[in-house]
Design a binder for this molecule. Structure first.
Ligand SMILES: [Zn+2]
Length: 457
């Protein structure tokens, strides 16, 4: 299998970034020091006047100035010393994990929530809920990893699966999470599962509004499609909830106390009130979001539905008549006041479909050779014959060309070439391995030396 391995930041570049942080911090302290002394100086002068020691004023003021300079310098020196190792350690740790796991991006799943769930806390109330230690909170996890992914200049920004997925009223937590990393590049995944009001109703409009004013964020919808699905996630809390609510069998595995990966089979029925609302929320995210480059198509395969249902999803987006007819047949209990129920005229053009399924995801993933037909692209081309039945047209491409090789011809699969495996290998300071080895020795059943995934031969 081919290995795609973009060259990334070196330790020296990260040291510069850390130096910048220190310089900015020092500057802030300096200005604080400058503006802190006048009130004390006024008190010195007033005191001297009241007790008739005017001759002491120059000496008092000199002591005050020297004291201020000493205090600011000492405090800044301590902060300077603290800042460097911490900033470097986080970056080194993230870079090391990406190398060891041959990962491509950082995904944050239910930050802090899975750990709390294992301690019998079912729902995170705020981003500032402590996770065991008061210094660790969902907010700190989001900030730290978002900054680390951006500082390492990873091709895909941090990929965030917010807290309280699937729960009514989770829109507040979703928007708080977005604001927590405001101004920084971040991708929010399967947003449909994160856009509910309480009691159950759609809040997709609020997400679309946030996206309209924040060009730094991207997202994917995670559309629910009616029929059988397999829920499969590292969000152990969600799997337990689905197991309890559906009565379906639940498998959960905890790997080295880092997370819990669970599986629960599931069926989204159009007669079920919540599933019908989920279907509507997803379509609203597509139809209300202003920029198809930043709100791309997904069913969170296989969680909201299989990728086999993409043709029908595209049909729903391109054809209002088809969509409105389907809307009438589903459970209406929680749909009152939703934008889709009130009527949404938007129909996606073929160009917009190409963006939400190809060009947009390629751009969000930082894959320069994918999602376009320009010079240097990978020659991945799908050719459809125009048909009135959009679902059928997208389910039966006439030709599929993958990296220049013909894969599908007249609806027949000719060959199944293997794709490339993508990973990143950012540089890190090897000193971090000493601390990690100590951690593994203390807490892990896997030896540090056995943890990393071997390079493909
Ligand atoms: Zn997820």
């Amino acid at each position: 299998m081919a290995e795609v391995n973009p060259t990334l930041t070196l330790a020296s570049e990260r040291r510069t970034q850390s130096f910048e942080e220190r310089r900015a911090s020092f500057q802030r302290l300096f200005f604080m020091g400058c503006f802190a002394w006048p009130p004390f100086a006024v008190l010195d002068v007033l005191g001297a006047e009241i007790w008739h020691h005017q001759r002491a004023i120059p000496a008092l003021l000199s002591v005050r100035v020297v004291g201020e300079v000493l205090a600011v310098t000492l405090y800044a020196a301590v902060r300077w010393g603290n800042l460097t190792p911490r900033a470097l350690t986080v970056l080194d740790y993230v870079a090391w994990v990406l190398n060891a796991t041959r990962g491509y991006a950082v995904k944050i799943v239910n930050p802090g929530g899975v750990e709390l769930w294992k301690r019998n806390v079912r729902e995170i109330k705020t981003l500032d809920d402590p996770v065991g230690d008061a210094r660790v909170t969902p907010r700190r996890i989001l900030e730290t990893l978002t900054d680390a992914a951006n500082a390492l200049k990873l091709p895909h920004p941090v990929h965030i699966h917010c807290n309280n997925l699937g729960l009514p009223g989770n829109i507040a937590m979703t928007l708080d999470s977005m604001r927590a990393v405001e101004g920084r590049r971040a991708h929010f995944t399967h947003l449909q599962f994160q856009s509910y009001g309480a009691p159950w109703h759609s809040e997709a409009k609020q997400i679309a509004e946030y996206f309209a004013t924040h060009p730094e964020v991207s997202g994917d919808v995670g559309q629910v499609m009616f029929g059988a699905a397999t829920t499969l996630t590292a969000d152990g809390a969600v799997e337990y909830m689905l197991h309890k609510s559906s009565g379906k069998k639940w498998v959960n595995a905890d790997i080295e106390l880092e997370t819990g990966c669970g599986i629960v089979p599931y069926v989204y029925k159009d007669t079920a009130a919540v599933a019908a609302l989920q279907w509507v929320v997803g379509l609203e995210l597509f139809l209300l979001s202003p920029d198809p480059w930043r709100m791309v198509l997904s069913t969170d395969h296989p969680n909201g539905g299989s990728f086999m249902s993409y043709p029908e999803l595209i049909h729903l987006l391109m054809d209002r008549t088809y969509r409105d007819a389907r809307l009438k047949t589903i459970n209406q209990k929680y749909l009152a006041g939703s934008a889709l129920a009130d009527g949404l005229a938007r129909e996606y053009t073929l160009g917009e479909i190409a963006i939400i399924t190809r060009a947009g995801p390629a751009r969000q993933l930082g894959l320069a050779n994918k999602g376009h037909l320009g010079v240097g692209a990978d020659a991945d081309v799908t050719v459809y014959a125009r048909e009135a039945d959009i679902s059928h047209m997208f389910a039966t491409p006439r030709y599929v060309v993958k990296a220049g090789a013909l894969v599908v011809e007249e609806g027949q699969l000719r060959r199944a070439p293997r794709g490339a495996r993508h990973s990143v290998a950012p540089g890190y300071d090897a000193a971090v391995e000493r601390d990690l080895k100590a951690y593994f020795d203390k807490y892990s059943t896997v030896a540090f030396e056995n943890y990393a995934v071997a390079a493909p031969s």
